[in-house]
Design a protein around this ligand. Structure first.
Ligand SMILES: NC(=O)c1ccc[n+]([C@@H]2O[C@H](COP(=O)([O-])OP(=O)(O)OC[C@H]3O[C@@H](n4cnc5c(N)ncnc54)[C@H](O)[C@@H]3O)[C@@H](O)[C@H]2O)c1
Length: 244
C-alpha cells in the first residue's frame, strides 16, 4: 500500500490514462477523487473501492476553485486532461491554439493554484502533470499546436518545482509515447484509411506496438508515492524507446 492515507485528485479520469492512473492509485491505498468533464464516463469507476467521483471541467476556473476548497487536504494531484490537435503551423488557427493552451496548460496552472495552499500547509505534496513525447523531447510531424503546449507543460512543471522545492512540494511531468486510448482510436477512426493510420502509429514506436494505459499508471503511482521523495522537476519518458 504505497499510497495509504494519501488523498489524490485525478483530472480526466473517465477513460484512458487518467482512469488507469486513478485505479492504480486506489489499489495502492489512496483515497482517489476521479474527476472528468464527462460525468457519464465516471460511472465506470464509481463503485471501485477508495474511489469517489466528481464532474469537473478543467476549463472552468470557478468550478476548480469550488472543488478544491470543498476537499480541504490534497496530497497528490495528477493533471491528466488534455487534447490533441493535428496539423502543421500552416493549418493552425488562433482558435485551436487558444483552446489547446487553455486545456493542456492553463488548466494545470489553475488546478495547481487551487491545490497548493493545502499542500503548503502540510509542507508535503506531489503534483504530476501530463506532457507528451511530442513537445520538449521530440518534434513529431503534424503536432505543431500539441507539441508546443506539451513543451509548455514541462516548463510549467520545472517552474513550480523550483518555486516550492523548499516547502516539501514535488512537481514532475510524464511524457508517454503513443498510448492505445479511446481518443487515439477516435483519431485513427477519423482518418480516411484507419488501418493505415494505426499502422503508422505503431510504426513510429520502436517496440513495434502501442502502449496500454496501465503501462503509464505505475510511473504516476511512483511519482505520487514517498518512494519518489527525492524526485522533483523531472520529466519522465514512458515512450517505448521513441526518444532513445
Ligand atoms: N493517448 C496518447 O497516445 C497520449 C500520449 C501522450 C500524452 N497523452 C496525454 O494524456 C492525456 C489523456 O489522454 P488519453 O488519450 O489517455 O485520454 P482520452 O483522450 O482517451 O480521454 C480524455 C479524457 O479527458 C476528458 N476531458 C476532456 N476535456 C476535459 C475537460 N475540459 N475537463 C476535464 N476532463 C476533460 C474526457 O472526457 C476524457 O475522459 C492527455 O493530456 C493527452 O494529451 C496521451
Amino acid at each position: 500500500m504505497r499510497l495509504k492515507n494519501k488523498i489524490a485528485v485525478v483530472t480526466a479520469a473517465g477513460q484512458g490514462i487518467g482512469k488507469a492512473a486513478a485505479l492504480a492509485m486506489a489499489r495502492e491505498g489512496a483515497q482517489v477523487w476521479a474527476t472528468d468533464v464527462n460525468a457519464d464516463l465516471l460511472a465506470g469507476v464509481a463503485d471501485v473501492p477508495n474511489v469517489k467521483t466528481a464532474a469537473l471541467d478543467v476549463l472552468d476556473k470557478a468550478a476548480i476553485t469550488r472543488f478544491f476548497s470543498g476537499l480541504g487536504c490534497v496530497d497528490v494531484l495528477f493533471n491528466c486532461a488534455g487534447c490533441v490537435h493535428g496539423g502543421t503551423l500552416l493549418e493552425a488557427t488562433d482558435r485551436d491554439w487558444q483552446f489547446a493552451y487553455d486545456l493542456n496548460v492553463r488548466s494545470q496552472f489553475w488546478t495547481i493554484q487551487a491545490a497548493l495552499p493545502s499542500m503548503l500547509a502540510a509542507r508535503s505534496g506531489s503534483i504530476i502533470n501530463m506532457a507528451s513525447v511530442a513537445g520538449s523531447s521530440k518534434g513529431l510531424p503534424n503536432r505543431f499546436i500539441y507539441g508546443t503546449t506539451k513543451a509548455a507543460v514541462v516548463g510549467l512543471t520545472k517552474a513550480v518545482a523550483a518555486d516550492f522545492v523548499k516547502e516539501g512540494i514535488r512537481c514532475n511531468s510524464i511524457s508517454p509515447g503513443t498510448v492505445d486510448t479511446p481518443s487515439l482510436q477516435e483519431r485513427i477512426n477519423s482518418q480516411e484509411d484507419p488501418e493505415a493510420a494505426r499502422r503508422m502509429f505503431v510504426a513510429r514506436q520502436p517496440m513495434g506496438r502501442l502502449a496500454q494505459a496501465h503501462e503509464i499508471a505505475p510511473v504516476v503511482v511512483f511519482l505520487a508515492s514517498d518512494e519518489a521523495a527525492f524526485v522533483t522537476g523531472q520529466n519522465y519518458a514512458i515512450d517505448g524507446g521513441m526518444t532513445i
